[in-house]
Design a binder for this molecule. Structure first.
Ligand code: MN
Length: 210
């Protein structure tokens, strides 16, 4: 694939999340939707200053801009970042929160079940396409939801986990039943180790060399 931005490899096999998310859904979602965002982004940034930036910086630099070209770049860059983050937010070995993350969840939500319920509610209430998020700001955890390609990262908020609630994420497996998809994914597939790593990053940001 030409261009500065790459399709990141899936962190597991396409069938690894079955039966909650089928290999067919992951196949379309990753090889068609996610890949197309990468390809479109590469076409849009060709010959622009964005071609030399890190993906996160492209998202931040184009967030909230009015110019048509920048809106298009934002939509595609945001979706590339969001999908990279979504794949890593899921794991066939879900596990349970522990240590500092567990303590923060108990303090801010009263427990993991209550957190999951709030995240499911946010995903259900997101009208139309978008994302539900677990985020942290100064170590305090909260839930957010965003439309289309928007992510809290663009505004400098630290993201811990996300769930894609675009129809393409669940329609083949759950048809119109978004709450069923959310319930299954949130209970069985959330990658708590990834959330814990992201929580650590807020205290110890890793700034990649420019
Ligand atoms: Mn998606």
């Amino acid at each position: 694939m030409a261009g500065p931005f790459k399709l990141s490899p899936l962190p597991y096999d396409e069938n690894a999340l079955e039966p909650v998310i089928s290999a067919k859904t992951i196949g379309f979602h990753y090889n068609k939707h996610h890949k197309t965002y990468v390809e479109t982004l590469n076409k849009l940034v060709d010959g622009t200053r964005f071609a030399d930036m890190k993906l996160e910086d492209v998202v931040r630099a184009t967030s909230g801009k009015d110019a048509e070209k920048e809106k298009k770049i934002f939509n595609n860059a945001g979706q590339v970042w969001n999908h990279d983050f979504y794949w890593r937010s899921l794991s066939p070995k879900a596990g349970k929160p522990s240590g500092k993350l567990k303590a923060a969840i108990e303090r801010d939500f009263g427990g993991t079940d209550a957190l999951v319920e709030k995240l499911a509610e946010a995903g259900k209430e997101q009208f139309g396409s978008g994302w539900a998020w677990l985020v942290s700001q100064h170590g305090k955890l909260s839930i957010d939801k965003t439309s289309n390609a928007i992510d809290p990262m663009a505004k400098g908020v630290n993201c811990l986990l996300t769930v894609d609630v675009w129809e393409h994420a669940y329609y083949l497996d759950y048809q119109n039943e978004r709450p069923k998809y959310l319930q299954a994914v949130l209970v069985k597939l959330l990658n708590w180790d990834f959330a814990a790593e992201n929580l650590e990053k807020e205290d110890h940001p890793i700034r990649a060399a420019a």
